[in-house]
Design a protein around this ligand. Structure first.
Ligand SMILES: [Zn+2]
Ligand SMILES: [Zn+2]
Ligand SMILES: [Zn+2]
Ligand SMILES: [Zn+2]
Ligand SMILES: [Zn+2]
Length: 211
């Protein structure tokens, strides 16, 4: 049998469908959810979510893959059109309803909506909090833990420390950067000179030998 991980986490749970009918035909036997991107077994015509079959192959490795329903070789075929037709009629509650989204969408438009939904969560790179997408820009532009980069000296600091990066401090950093750069240039030049000296010395040696 499939692991509890799959069974507990269908991509599309039944309780999100507001007009569920003919549910015997459109429930995936692996996740007990409504079929999502379904495919079928050529032999017994049982339909599964593509991701459930993928997880099944990983969890019960065998060569060839066996159908979870009849235990015979699983040869993938397209989901029967009748099943797709039933699915296309479903009206689905957006998965971000707990965050405030009130949209109900046709099955076929669900994925597009959920990608764009204003109520999905985004993680703030500063405080790591999960923020509802439509509030994100406002939070991000004020979060004290977000890292900022000074355009003058490229120093990185958190927004709450912005005031400590004064003009004087910035100039100091730039000065140190210039010093480092000069030191590096000096080292490169010294290395060049040493190399040239080495070449000249070997020329002199050759000339001495030719005499
Ligand atoms: Zn499934
Ligand atoms: Zn089968
Ligand atoms: Zn939504
Ligand atoms: Zn934040
Ligand atoms: Zn600076």
């Amino acid at each position: 049998m499939a692991s509890s991980f799959i069974r507990d986490r269908p991509y599309l749970s039944k309780d999100r469908i507001i007009n569920l009918s003919l549910s015997d035909l459109i429930i995936c036997p692996l996740c007990q959810g409504v079929l999502w991107l379904p495919e079928a077994c050529q032999d017994c015509e049982t339909t599964y979510c593509a991701s459930c079959i993928k997880a099944w192959k990983i969890e019960t490795p065998s060569e060839p893959t066996l159908c979870p329903n009849d235990g015979l070789q699983y040869i993938q075929r397209k989901c029967p059109p009748a099943i797709n037709l039933i699915l296309s009629k479903l009206q689905v509650i957006c998965r971000y309803k707990p965050n405030g989204c009130s949209e109900i969408l046709p099955y076929g438009y669900l994925e597009t909506h959920e990608e764009l939904c204003d109520y999905r969560l985004r993680t703030c790179s500063g405080c790591k909090a999960e923020i509802i997408k439509m509030d994100f820009n406002e939070h991000y532009s004020q979060c004290p833990l977000v890292s900022l980069t000074c355009p003058e000296c490229n120093s990185v600091f958190q927004r709450r420390d912005q005031d400590e990066h004064t003009e004087t401090k910035c100039l100091q950093v730039q000065l140190n950067q210039l010093r480092d750069e000069m030191r590096q240039n000096e080292q490169i030049q010294t290395a060049h000179i040493n190399q040239l000296e080495g070449q000249i010395n070997s020329f002199i040696e050759i000339i001495e030998q030719l005499k």
